[in-house]
Write a protein that binds this ligand. Structure first.
Ligand code: NAD
Length: 460
């Protein structure tokens, strides 16, 4: 494992009290500018920092169940490579702020590393390590030829201009260029980033090489080699996995009540796909809070009218609720589609849904998982539920390598085929062994990665 870390320096940031332009020559790390409120609680920070421990505990449990060879188990507990970078950015005020960025590659036994880039003020190395490990399992479970990676920058994109975001993205890309590439590690959008972010990353990488290299990222605009259906893919996959589990439980999706936390890429597209399939979306939220409406929210008109910086509650009719209240809304299906660690031992008992579908990565802590299982709630784990995104990213990468692009129908059909192929053994194992879908998913995924590692042997 290689790792670099930088020395903290005093930030001189946007909105701070000392917004004097300042040259920053050396590496530094940043905390939000003085005087700027940090909307995080101590428990939220602790939950994020616990994420890697949680990921390790899940791996340990799966390893025990599949009798994983101890040396292989030990190797899988460590990310292959971690990189921490300082990202100096000239803000619109003329001041320079140095942001902290990370890229972690957990494992590459099954192929190049793959994983999103997150822009959020609570990003941490521990969180990125956990999410990179989850990506390894997700790609293995879907049986697509990738290992797991993840990246992130500690920033609040909602408070930055387009110009600042572009500068941040370009500098971050150049800092992590030494480890990314079409055959090495292929970033994609995650929370706080989007197709535009990927276009800037691709352009920065390509300009440095001297020729266009669209295969270095996925989730980019169709105009520069993106895939049809990629934007909606994660949400579609969430809806697909929900429908599959509903069917297996002998229920009908038609009329089932769904509450969704988060209405970004995943939440909004899952909401629209589920509404199309006949479900009733009774509650939704964004970072500002939520809305509850027993009669159902018409998500097509809400998201058709909303701009990227608008508040969801200004566009929905219904009672205003908090994000915490949304998790306890009376509904059939709860879909956390924002942050990790939101369902924890302090609130899991309040969940009233029969099914929890993890649109977000790592939204349920292991303690909460045990509580939900004891309550007989079926939890569809993140590594299956939100795998539609990485699956269509894989299609985008393959199309980019061949410079041959597919029709949307073909993409959706192939997505459904891969998700069905992953779902059948997953459901069967969980039923046969009487274990949660998460445990079954991890057993399958860890087993596949270990098999690849065993075939490769240990270098040198
Ligand atoms: P996004 O940035 O498009 O949307 C995030 C949503 O969460 C927004 O509605 C935002 O307002 C809300 N939010 C932010 N902080 C919140 C908080 N503290 N409480 C409640 N809501 C909050 O992000 P996204 O791409 O939709 O990703 C959401 C989750 O899905 C993340 O966990 C991400 O890792 C996971 N995921 C995304 C993809 C993808 O393709 N985008 C794929 C797999 C998994």
């Amino acid at each position: 494992m290689s790792s670099t870390s930088e020395t903290p320096n005093t930030p001189n940031g946007k909105g701070g009290t000392a917004a004097i332009p300042q040259r920053v020559d050396g590496p530094a790390s940043v905390v939000p500018p003085a005087g700027e409120a940090r909307p995080r609680t101590q428990t939220a920070i602790l939950r994020r920092h616990d994420m890697f421990d949680q990921a390790l505990r899940q791996l340990d449990d799966a390893a025990k169940r599949i009798n994983l060879e101890p040396n292989m188990h030990e190797m899988l507990r460590h990310p292959k490579r971690t990189l921490e970078v300082a990202v100096p950015v000239r803000l619109d005020t003329g001041a320079v702020q140095v942001f902290q960025g990370y890229r972690v590659q957990h494992n590459h036994y099954r192929g190049p590393c793959k994983g999103g880039i997150r822009y959020h003020h609570e990003v941490s190395m521990e969180e990125v390590k956990a999410l990179a490990m989850l990506m390894t399992w997700k790609c293995a479970l879907m049986n697509i030829p990738y290992g797991g990676a993840k990246g992130g920058v500690v920033c609040d994109p909602s408070k930055m201009s387009q110009m600042e975001l572009e500068h941040l993205t370009r500098r971050f890309t150049s800092e992590i260029m030494i480890i990314i590439g079409p055959d090495k590690d292929i970033p994609a959008p995650d929370m706080g980033t989007n197709a535009q972010t990927m276009a800037w990353m691709m352009d920065t990488y390509s300009m440095t090489l001297g020729h266009m290299a669209p295969q270095v990222v996925t989730g980019k605009p169709v105009a520069v080699g993106g895939s049809l259906g990629r934007i909606e893919a994660t949400g579609r996959g969430v809806a697909f996995s929900t429908a599959a589990v509903v069917r297996e439980l002998g229920l009908k999706l038609d009329g089932l009540r769904v509450a969704i936390q988060g209405s970004g890429n995943v939440g909004s597209n899952a909401a629209k796909a589920l509404q199309e399939m006949g479900a009733k979306i009774v509650a939704m939220s964004d970072v500002h809070g939520g809305v509850h409406n027993e009669n159902g929210i018409d998500t097509f008109s809400v998201f058709g009218a909303m701009g990227p910086k608008d508040k969801l509650s200004d566009f929905c009719h219904g009672a205003k609720i908090s994000n915490e209240e949304l998790l306890g809304v009376d509904c059939d299906i709860l879909i956390p589609a924002a942050l990790g660690g939101v369902i924890h031992e302090g609130n899991a008992a309040k969940v009233r849904a029969r099914i929890v579908v993890e649109g977000a990565n790592g939204p349920t802590t292991p303690e909460a998982d045990a509580i939900l299982n004891a309550k007989g709630i079926t939890v569809v784990p993140d590594i299956f539920a939100n795998a539609g995104g990485v699956t269509v990213s894989y299609f985008e990468w393959v199309q980019g390598l061949q410079y041959y692009f597919w029709e949307l129908e073909e993409i959706n059909l192939r997505l459904q085929r891969i998700m069905t192929k992953a779902f059948v053994p997953l459901w069967q194992l969980s039923q046969k062994e009487k274990i949660s879908m998460r445990t079954a998913a991890l057993m399958i995924a860890v087993g596949r990665v270990a098999e690849a590692g065993k075939s490769l042997g240990l270098y040198p």
